[in-house]
Structures are given as C-alpha cells and as structure tokens.
Design a protein around this ligand. Structure first.
Ligand code: ADP
Length: 473
C-alpha cells in the first residue's frame, strides 16, 4: 500500500495469480478499513496545499508521470499480461491508452476556466470559479488494470483533488506499478494513496461513510455500483459510476457484411470479451445473415487461444473460474433454448490450458430475447447473433435493455446512420467504427450503465465544484 508518500508493508498479505497458468506471481498487502481511514486522513491533510498549487505545477507532475509510463511501457505491459491475461500486444496498447490520460489531463489542468456573467444590476458583477471537490475515493476494476486507474487519477489530480484508490483484488500489482510512477514523478505525500485488499466491502464502506471523502468514483459491475451509490447517498457524496453494458452491434443490409463481420471479430474478442463496451447482441439484417456468419465463423477459427505472453496467441484467459462458469452457463442456456452453435461453446482445457481459465471463442446464431445472454452481460468471448428485418424493429430491440453504454452501427446510408445515432439510447455510439474511445472523448453510459463521463473535457468537470461570486461594487 502507498499512504502519505510511503510504501506500507504488513504481514497480512494475499497472493496474486496468473490467470493463464495459475502460477503465483506476487503477494500484496491486505489492507483493511483502518488503512482506508488512514489513507483518507492523509489525503485530507494534503488537500489544502495541493488544491492551491498552480495548475501549471500540477500539470508538470502529470507530464512527468506520462513520460515515466511511456518509458516503462514494455515492462508494464508484460506485468499486465501476467497479472490480467490479455495478450502482450493488447497490453502494450492499454499502457499507451493509460498514458494518454496523464497527458490529456496534464493539458486540461491549465484549461479549468471560469466565467464572468453580466448582471441586470449596474452595481453587480458575477464571477464563476471552478474549485476541486476535495478528497476523492476511487475503486477500479481488473479488466483494464492500468488505464482505468489513470482515467480517474489524472483528472482528479489535475483538478487539484487528492485521492485514495482501491484497485481490484485480481490486479493489485499493476496498481502498485502505477503508484511507483506517481511517487517517482514527485507528487507530494498524501496527494495520491493506494490501499490494496482482497476484501473490498469494508474499504468500500469506509469510502462511502467517511465524511472527509467528497466524491466517489467507481468502475465495475452495475450491482456493486448501485450498492456504493446507495451507501454514499446519506452524505450526498458526488458519485461517478462507470458500470456494465450490453452493447448492441447492428449491421444493416447496405453495409458490407464481410467488413462488418471482420469488425465484430476484432472488437468482440478484444480482452476475451471482458470489456463493458463489448458487443453483447449482434443484430444482422436477414438478407446478409449468411455471408456475415460465414465470415465471422472463418475469423473465429483463426483465433489462437493461450497464454498472452506468446505472440502467436490473440486470445488470453478469462480472469477466473467464476467468469468461465458464467460464460458457460449463458452458452448452455442459449443452446437449450434453440440457439445454433457455429464455433466454440466450451471451456478449453487441452494442451495445458486447464491450468488457466480459457473459454473457446464462440459464435451463436438464432439468439432470442428469452435467453440469458440476450439480457445479462456476458464478459466473455461469445458472439451472439440475432436476425432482424427492419430499422424500427432493430432500434427498438437494441434499446430494450436496462444498460446504455456502447452501441455500434454498420451502414453506408448516411440518413440511417444519423437516425440510428439519434435513436439509440447509449452514451457511446460507433458508426462503422469499432473503437469509439480516446482520452480526448467522453466515455460513459446512460441508464443502468452509470453516471458521469470520463476522459475528454467532461472528465475533469467530475472533480470540480462551481462557485459563484456576486460582487456589489
Ligand atoms: P467484477 O464482477 O467485474 O469483478 P466488481 O464490481 O465486483 O466487478 O468489481 C469492481 C471493483 O469493485 C473491484 O475493485 C472490486 O474489488 C470492487 N468491489 C466489489 N465489491 C465491492 C464492495 N462491496 N464494496 C466496494 N468495492 C467492491
């Protein structure tokens, strides 16, 4: 743990395992509620000096952290592959994405503008300033174990907030590596603190009930996000919630089905499907269903599954056995209810894969609304295809979900693209685009996918309070 500028050791520790082969790769301090409380106290004590440093000074530290992260990209990526499982190439991409947030918010720190507002009274002037909200508590997930940290740390620190972060229990080593960078970059003691644990609930309790915490930012499941938002409500703490998704991917018959299927193959199996913006329901117009399925099936056959450290493998393991079981349950349920299996459909255990948590890239068609996979987030390598006939029908089906994070549309018809963009109730919409994400673009969901946006100009606003001055002259 890293509290008040110091690395804290303890005999209370928990092991960290490589999900590709079950090997223990490290041991980490198991922090408790008292540690969270101490970290919050350190963040509170550091807050006055940090919030009154100039934005230029805060920005310089973020630039330094960015440079350190870029310099260490290969080592960080290797650690990520061993701890989280994604193939090394994907891990290298994630480290770059993570560093992008440090750079973007090093720049945004200097652009926290206020405003002056004309008054109807001749003797009055209005001045609006932005102030940091204060101490921030952050909880992050394991699926993007570095970029989900910098997406919170960078804007909070840029805004002048101090922060306590609890990473996911599966990926604390990546979090430690990020905080080593912050330490070396020279952030003052107490400004950024890390509490690792294998028992998140008591730490979450402390984050939600400690009056010094003014803002809670969470990325994870909708179920946990709702609990935390409820626990934070009595004190009216600000909350940002990046929660689950159930992304529709719509392919209209004016799109090239081969091109669209290649796009699905790329985005669906990224991180073994363990992404909140992963397509969960793939709607294909009936007239192009056959060429679409043929291409997707062919692409899936070429995917090589195994340890992400081997460059030949493009699909790594799932994070743990629970994840494998959940995927398998959804696939079995779909097959029992009449879905057609084109590829995969079972856990992979041959050739030593039984030491890790591997599931075969899977393609299902004839998926219908009664199946679990139609509503539950899968978080695994399963492409579930549903045929549709017309535009109104597919937009209604796509919107028929409690989630509202990402959606994708393939069409060559500009009017249809615009109608879909406006008609879909999702926060992020890729139009012929499988990667509508960037540090410069607002990321976040509607409905049960969450509250608030991360990245972009909006990302720093989440950590700012608006203060109005009325001056009578
Ligand atoms: P997933 O199912 O993808 O692991 P979770 O929502 O369980 O998603 O985990 C996301 C983050 O939330 C992790 O850092 C985890 O430790 C944390 N977490 C899980 N349960 C709680 C809880 N009751 N209180 C606080 N944090 C929690």
């Amino acid at each position: 743990m890293y509290i008040n500028g110091e690395w804290i050791q303890s005999s209370r520790r928990f092991p960290v395992f490589n999900p590709a082969n079950g090997e223990q790769i490290g041991e980490v301090v198991d922090g408790d509620r008292g540690d969270a409380s101490r970290a919050i106290a350190a963040a509170k004590a550091a807050s006055p000096a940090w919030s009154t440093q100039t934005a230029y000074e805060r920005s310089m530290l973020l630039y330094s952290a960015h440079q350190l992260m870029i310099d260490r990209r290969p080592q960080l990526a290797e650690l990520m592959t061993r701890e989280q499982g994604k193939p090394l190439k994907a891990a290298l991409n994630e480290v770059k994405y993570a560093a992008d947030f440090l750079l973007w918010f090093a720049e945004e720190a200097k652009r926290v503008y206020g405003q002056t507002i004309p008054s109807s009274r001749s003797d009055q002037r209005f001045l609006v300033q932005k102030h940091p909200v204060g101490v921030v508590a952050a909880i992050t997930p394991w699926n993007y174990p570095i970029s989900m940290l910098t997406r919170k740390l960078a804007p909070a620190l840029a805004a002048g907030c101090t922060i306590v972060l609890k990473p996911a229990e599966a990926t604390p080593l990546c979090a430690i590596a990020v905080f080593e960078i912050l330490h070396e970059a020279g952030f003052p003691p107490g400004v950024a603190n890390l509490v690792t644990t294998c028992d998140p609930a008591p730490i979450g309790e402390e984050f939600c009930t400690n009056v010094a915490v003014r803002k809670l930012t969470f990325t994870g499941s909708t179920a946990v996000g709702k609990k935390l938002a409820q626990a934070a409500a009595p004190q009216l703490k600000r909350v940002s919630m990046e929660l689950g998704g159930h992304a529709p991917f719509i392919v209209f018959d004016d799109a090239d089905p081969v091109h669209a299927a290649k796009g699905v193959a790329l985005v669906k199996f990224l991180n073994s499907g363990q992404a909140c913006i992963s397509p969960n329901r793939i709607f294909v117009q009936r007239s192009i269903l056959t060429p679409f399925l043929e291409t997707l099936q062919e692409r899936i056959r070429k995917l090589k599954v195994g340890d992400g450290m081997d460059a030949a493998n493009s699909i790594g393991p799932l994070i743990n056995q629970t994840a494998v079981d959940k995927v398998d349950r959804q696939v079995s349920d779909a097959l029992a209810m009449g879905a057609t299996l084109h590829a995969g459909g079972q856990p992979l255990t041959d050739g030593g894969l039984d030491r890790g948590f591997f599931y075969a890239p899977t393609l299902l068609s004839n998926v219908s609304a009664q199946m679990l996979i139609y509503r539950e987030e899968t978080f695994g390598p399963v492409a579930a295809v549903i045929a549709f006939d017309d535009e109104d029908e597919v937009l209604a089906m796509a919107n028929d979900t409690a989630y509202g994070l990402a959606a994708y549309v393939y069409t060559q018809n500009l009017s249809r693209a615009m109608r879909a963009f406006e008609g879909l109730q999702f926060g992020i919409i890729g139009i012929n685009d499988i990667n509508p994400t960037s540090a410069a673009a607002p990321f976040g969901g509607m409905n049960e996918s969450g509250l608030g946006r991360e990245g972009a100009r909006e990302g720093i606003e989440e950590y700012l309070e608006t203060k109005l001055g009325g001056f009578s002259i």
